[in-house]
Each structure stands twice: as structure tokens, then as C-alpha cells.
Design a binder for this molecule. Structure first.
Ligand code: NAD
Length: 456
């Protein structure tokens, strides 16, 4: 399999792809190795994750460069991802022992009856991952899964394969046995072959379209399934905000990682009283973003990772224009080698347009004028997705009222495009099922076993 640099289309590396036979063998090895891994004292498993953490620090520059070369993320943002990874690992290290500890939930001296819960690993889990934040979305799964005593068959996205292989090498060097964390290399075909193995859990991050197939395959096998899918994340800007601050914060939330985050701001609703002033400030921020070589320290907008996405973005612009939208910045594919799209701002948009309904996953945003909070909430909820939603206002009560009416896994007040290891990460509707991060995101890799004990 050829790994191409999306910024130049140069070949970065060639790697051997897994086929059905090698995937079957990898599964068998993971199945055989898992019980011994689960039998280790928790402290030993935690030590391996500490070792992994130390290696990501030691190799930071190499890892960041690899990520930038294979997926086009600006180099500073690659380093930011690696730095952010540390806090997530620290959270899991700090919380694991209390989440995984056996619990006594009932004891009666008279009848000598005791009830306890133990938290057993699921067994062998498949982790099929996305490319946009491979360290974040990968570690949300494989770190707690390994800590809880599971073996992990990890299929990085075909657009983040080298990063996936770095992750595997660092875990192995830190003491995780090669058969307990097993990388599976390839694209959709390898993912589908992995799902034909009798794994105990499937943890998927990716698009709704693929997630629906993955969920169906896992369901047929009665494997636990967790799906972290896309979003069409809205933000509503009220008339009482500081316009400059809100506009620059939201421009960053929409265009960071070249708009390729599941929680990127994908549509903005602005109160009519400040609409024009907000749009002017927003466009000024976007014009300040430097697009270019992802390895350059000053680059903010990188390459679009997947070439087919360029057509999706172009179609959204054409559709919006045809239905009355105006383009205030960008608007098309850049005529250059590599996958490039101009940072694009559309106004006079509405919900007949694909750009306000379908996930864009690129450097493009629609800004719509609204009359009041009621209209804003109705539009925010007019989506099949429900990953994140935000509101910008000075008024805490108003924010709480609005956010409590929005169907969404995460809600933000005066912030956006943010993930915390302490909070559950989940989606409603087409944004998925299940939870990662927070203590729920450790528990999810275990099966609670009920113990009814009567001493005689
Ligand atoms: P994708 O659905 O194209 O691919 C995801 C993974 O599935 C890849 O590893 C791919 O090789 C694999 N795959 C493809 N077909 C398969 C099949 N038939 N069976 C099994 N595996 C298969 O998504 P992507 O382009 O990698 O990621 C972008 C999407 O991921 C966006 O929609 C984004 O919003 C979403 N995402 C969500 C979160 C979240 O936390 N909710 C985080 C990151 C990305």
C-alpha cells in the first residue's frame, strides 16, 4: 500500500497490507495472548502505558513530522495533538484503579449474603480508527482497553498508517506484548476482514456511512459495538457578545485541522442584530489564516487529507450558490499539486443547502442569520447528527436554557471544538453510540460481572 503525502502527492512510504489470512492469524494470536495480559496486576499494565507516554515525549518531533507528511496536518497542530495526548493518558492512569476495583454493593451479616461487582475485560477488541486525530481517537480506545486487560487489534486509517505503526512500536517497546496490541494494516477491506473475526468488542471511529456497516456486522456477531461518528456541529451567536472575540474563536473552531475535526464548527447561526458585524470580523479572521506547506511553522490551513473530499466540498459550494448563497472567501479547489481547498465562508445560506445539513469535513463554513433563540434552537436541532453544539452569549441563564434544548452529546458555552478527558464523549443520532473518555470511557472496556456470595 502506497502512503501519499496529501500536500504534494509524493510517495511517503510503501507498507505491506494485511489480507484475510494474516488478519485471521493476528486474531488467533491476540486471543491466545489476552488471558495472560489480563492476569497481570493492574500496576504492571499501567507501567506499560507510562512507558508509552514517555516514548511519545521522546519521539515528539519524529511523530509530528510523520503525521504531517501522511495526512497534511500543519506541523504545529501535529505537535499540539501529541502534547494533548499526555493529558488524556494521565487521566486514564489516575482513574483506572478506582474504576476497575471490585465493588461490594451489599452485605448482610444475618443471612451471610454478599453481593459484589467485578469488572472483567471484554477480551479481544477491534479498534478501527480515523485519520484526523489518530493519537486522540486511537488513545481514547486502546489506552483504556489495554489498561482494562483487553487485547487490541488496531486498524489505523489507511490515511494514518505510519502513525499507527509508530503507536504499535512504542507500545511494544514499553512492554505491551506484540500479540496483545496488534496493528492491522489496510483500508476498508482490511477493516471488513477484521470484523469477520469473532472479537468481543468493536470500537469504531469514522463516518456515519461506514459506521452503519460496522454496526450491522458487529450486531450479527453479538459483539459489543461502539461507534464514534460524524457531526454537523452548530454554534449560535447571540447579540450580546463581544463580536471580535466570538468571531476569532469560532473561525479557529471551524478551520483548525483544516476543518477536519468531528467537533469542528460546521454551521453558525448569528442573531440578526449583529449578523453583518460578526460576518465582517469572521471573514477578516479567515483571511488571516496562512494556507501552505504543512511542514512550515507558520501554516495554519493544511492539505485536505482525502482527495475525494475536494469534490464533496466543491459540490456543497455549487449547491449553495445555486440556491442563493454568497461566497465571501475562497470557494473552490486550489489548482495545485496535492489536495487543496481555499478556506471558504458562505453567507445567505439556509437549510435547503447541503452545506448546512451534510457533514463538510473541510475548510468551509456557512453562516446563517436568525431572528431569535427559538429559531436558532430549531435550526440547531434540524440535523440527523448530534455530536456537539455551542452558544456564545454573556448570559449564563440564557445559555443554559438554549443548550438544554439541543440534542447533542456535548454542549459548549462561549467555547467550541473542545474535548476533555474528564467528560464523556458521545453522540446522538447519526453521531454514534457509546462513550469514550471520562470514567465511563474506562468502564466501557469491561463487562460487569455480578457475584452472589453466601458463606455457609
Ligand atoms: P471512514 O468511515 O471513511 O473510515 C473510518 C475507518 O473505517 C478507516 O479505518 C477505514 O479504513 C475503515 N473502513 C472503511 N470501510 C470499512 C468497512 N466496510 N468495514 C470496516 N472498516 C471500514 O472515516 P474517516 O474518513 O477515516 O474519518 C472521518 C469521519 O470520522 C468523519 O465523519 C468524522 O466526523 C468522523 N470522526 C468522528 C469522531 C468522533 O469522535 N465522533 C472522531 C474523529 C472522526
Amino acid at each position: 500500500m502506497k502512503i501519499l503525502n496529501p500536500a504534494t502527492h509524493a510517495v511517503v512510504a510503501e507498507v505491506a497490507e494485511d489480507g484475510a489470512t494474516s488478519i485471521r492469524a493476528k486474531y488467533a494470536r491476540a486471543r491466545a495472548a489476552q488471558p495472560a495480559w489480563a492476569a497481570l496486576p493492574l500496576g504492571k499494565r499501567l507501567d506499560t502505558i507510562r512507558g508509552f507516554r514517555a516514548r511519545t515525549i521522546a519521539m515528539r518531533d519524529t511523530l509530528a513530522k510523520t503525521l504531517t507528511l501522511e495526512m497534511g496536518k500543519p506541523i504545529r497542530q501535529s505537535r499540539n495533538e501529541l502534547d494533548g495526548l499526555l493529558g488524556r493518558i494521565d487521566f486514564f492512569l489516575a482513574e483506572a484503579s478506582s474504576v476497575l476495583r471490585d465493588e461490594k454493593v451489599f452485605a448482610d451479616a444475618k443471612t451471610k449474603l454478599e453481593e459484589r461487582i467485578s469488572h472483567e475485560p471484554l477480551g479481544v477488541v477491534a479498534n478501527i480508527s480515523a485519520w484526523n486525530y489518530p493519537y486522540f481517537v486511537g488513545a481514547n480506545v486502546f489506552v483504556p482497553a489495554l489498561i482494562a486487560g483487553n487485547a487490541v487489534l488496531y486498524k489505523p486509517s489507511e490515511y494514518a498508517t505510519l502513525t499507527g505503526l509508530h503507536i504499535a512500536a512504542m507500545l511494544h517497546e514499553a512492554g505491551v506484548p506484540a500479540d496483545v496490541f496488534v496493528p492491522v494494516v489496510g483500508g476498508g477491506k482490511a477493516g471488513a476482514a477484521l470484523l469477520r473475526q469473532p472479537v468481543d468488542g468493536v470500537f469504531f471511529t469514522g463516518s456515519f456511512a461506514t459506521g452503519a456497516k460496522v454496526g450491522a456486522a458487529a450486531g450479527r456477531r453479538m459483539a459489543k459495538v461502539q461507534l464514534e461518528l460524524g457531526g454537523k456541529d452548530p454554534v449560535y451567536v447571540c447579540e450580546d457578545v463581544d463580536i471580535e472575540t466570538a468571531a476569532s474563536g469560532l473561525a479557529d473552531g471551524a478551520f483548525y485541522n483544516t476543518g477536519q475535526s468531528c467537533c469542528s464548527v460546521e454551521r453558525i447561526y448569528v442573531h440578526e442584530k449583529i449578523h453583518d458585524a460578526f460576518v465582517a470580523a469572521f471573514v477578516a479572521s479567515v483571511r488571516g489564516f496562512k494556507r501552505g506547506d504543512p511542514l512550515d511553522e507558520s501554516t495554519y490551513i493544511g492539505a485536505v487529507t482525502r482527495r475525494p473530499q475536494l469534490d464533496v466540498l466543491r459540490k456543497q459550494v455549487v449547491d449553495a450558490r445555486k440556491k442563493g448563497a454568497r461566497i465571501l472567501a475562497g470557494g473552490d479547489i486550489v489548482n495545485a499539486k496535492g489536495n487543496w481547498f481555499e478556506p471558504t465562508v458562505l453567507v445567505d445560506v439556509d437549510h435547503r443547502m447541503s452545506v448546512m445539513k451534510d457533514e463538510s469535513f473541510g475548510p468551509i463554513i456557512g453562516i446563517q442569520k436568525v431572528a431569535d433563540d427559538v429559531e436558532a434552537v430549531a435550526l440547531m436541532n434540524d440535523t440527523a447528527y448530534g455530536l456537539t453544539a455551542g452558544v456564545y452569549t454573556r448570559d449564563a441563564k440564557r445559555a443554559k436554557k438554549i443548550l438544554s434544548q439541543v440534542r447533542s452529546g456535548s454542549v459548549y458555552w462561549n467555547c467550541c471544538d473542545r474535548v476533555s478527558p474528564r467528560l464523556p464523549w458521545s453522540g446522538v443520532g447519526h453521531s454514534g453510540i457509546g462513550v469514550t473518555l471520562s470514567t465511563y470511557g474506562i468502564q466501557t472496556f469491561t463487562r460487569p460481572k455480578a457475584w452472589h456470595l453466601r458463606a455457609t
